[in-house]
Write a new protein. Structure first.
Length: 230
């Protein structure tokens, strides 16, 4: 199979997977909310569609292929991370929608706050997209990509922190429940943040041990995801 045809199939898989994912998330959101006029839900869905489209148009097919189907080398602890993080993601979504869209357990979040957190959510997604755009080795799993000749990325957001993807993830993770109109959704979000910091530490340790030039990079860029803090 030619490389062009292979990459074309990858793009097709991305489109189908994205359509299925968004249809699934949309269905869950409005079934749980019990109504279609849940505008916070539409805002959340709309922003996700926008950034999925941007990913499709801005990222190179080779990176999309790596993210869709990584080759061998995924760390065992990262497999555990995926097993744990998936139910946490759905817990955040379910609790946030039930609170913000149906039952209203907590104080109502003002519109101006939702506008602010929508901006924070977008900034987080933009940082992640920027990191993916600059780093052609930005895989969906933790592995040193010797098969692709992985090197250290020092450009774009990597000039400021070593794991800008996780910084972006931190921002949009915190913003998600508030964007959906819920304070209660912040409780499972704390679990997702703990997992994020653990994964950041373990990935950084892996790169220090296995990726040539990464140790020198850590001396140039001191902080993992929080500038001036950690």
């Amino acid at each position: 199979m030619s490389q062009k045809r292979k990459l074309g199939k990858v793009e097709g898989k991305l489109i189908l997977r994205s359509i299925f994912f968004m249809a699934f998330i949309t269905a869950i959101t409005f079934i749980l909310a019990g109504r279609l006029d849940y505008w916070q839900g539409w805002t959340y869905i709309g922003l996700n569609i926008i950034f999925l489209l941007l990913s499709y148009f801005l990222l190179p097919p080779e990176l999309i292929q790596e993210r869709l189907k990584p080759k061998e080398g995924m760390k065992t602890w990262d497999k555990t991370f995926y097993i744990v993080s998936a139910p946490v993601f759905f817990a955040v979504l379910i609790i946030s929608v039930l609170d913000g869209g149906r039952f209203g357990w907590g104080p109502r979040i003002p519109i101006f706050v939702i506008i602010i957190v929508a901006l924070v959510y977008s900034i987080g997604q933009i940082i992640v997209l920027w990191a993916k755009r600059e780093n052609k080795f930005f895989s969906s799993v933790v592995r040193v990509q010797k098969d692709r000749g992985q090197t250290v990325c020092k450009c774009g957001p990597y000039q400021f922190v070593r794991h800008p993807g996780y910084l972006g993830g931190l921002l949009y993770s915190v913003a998600t429940p508030l964007l959906l109109g819920s304070f209660w959704g912040l409780i499972p979000t704390l679990i997702s943040l703990i997992l994020l910091f653990i994964r950041t530490y373990l990935e950084d340790k892996t790169l220090l041990e296995e990726l040539k030039g990464y140790k020198d990079y850590t001396e140039e860029v001191r902080y993992r995801i929080l500038p001036g803090i950690w």
